[in-house]
Design a protein around this ligand. Structure first.
Ligand SMILES: [Mg+2]
Length: 210
């Protein structure tokens, strides 16, 4: 891995744990009430609980559907309700220091407004946040990483994505970005995926191109 020109971060369980405090079971119920039980997309497995995975898969499946915005808003209400209980991942307060001036962005499955409020709650401001957006295919597509890199003025193949999930890894591979995983569970990634034991160790490895 060469020295990158920017770092792209996943948000949930990478910078801040919002997911563990979000009632995705109720979000999934709200979604199912809206769209029925027949909406599915082929998505990678992830080390998330079943309601979280199903919720995200349904939102992926609704891309381009007229119900997408209403569906996203239903889920966002539950995500927003968890912000005050969310927990910073270890090392979050030091990421700017460790970036040493490297540009950074967030690419997240959360809506940009929820992501921005979550980070603000923990004292972090990010200029570039690519969130859940009807016009940008969600992870596991790499489209959000490409948009984030363009916003930073950096070729996406000179960025490193840091994230906790298989969807982050899939998105990085799709976009042509390098990837370092910060797994929360031992089932996060298959063999052959570069991982680091913490956010800051991942950031140092990414920054130093090691
Ligand atoms: Mg995550």
């Amino acid at each position: 891995m060469h020295h990158p020109r920017a770092i792209l971060f996943d948000l949930d369980r990478t910078l801040v744990d919002l997911q563990s405090f979000t009632d995705y079971a109720r979000a999934l119920q709200d979604l199912t009430d809206l769209v029925g039980a027949g909406v599915h997309a082929e998505v990678p497995d992830a080390d998330w609980d079943a309601p979280t995975l199903s919720t995200m898969a349904i939102l992926v499946a609704l891309a381009g559907d007229s119900r997408w915005s209403e569906a996203s808003d239903l889920v966002a209400a539950h995500e927003r309700a968890a912000i005050s209980r969310s927990v910073a991942m270890p090392g979050l307060a030091r990421i700017d220091e460790e970036l040493r001036g490297l540009p950074r962005a967030v690419v997240t499955l959360l809506p940009e407004t929820v992501a921005r409020a979550t980070l603000h709650h923990h004292g972090i401001d990010m200029d570039v946040i690519v969130g859940r957006d009807p016009l940008i295919p969600a992870k596991p597509s790499g489209a959000g990483l490409v948009v984030a890199a363009q916003s930073l003025g950096v070729p996406v193949d000179q960025t490193v994505m840091i994230g906790d999930s298989s969807w982050d890894h899939a998105a990085a591979m799709d976009a042509g970005a390098a990837f370092i995983g910060v797994p929360v569970t031992e089932h996060a990634f298959g063999p052959g995926v570069a991982v680091a034991p913490s956010l800051l160790s991942a950031l140092r490895r990414a920054r130093d191109g090691s």
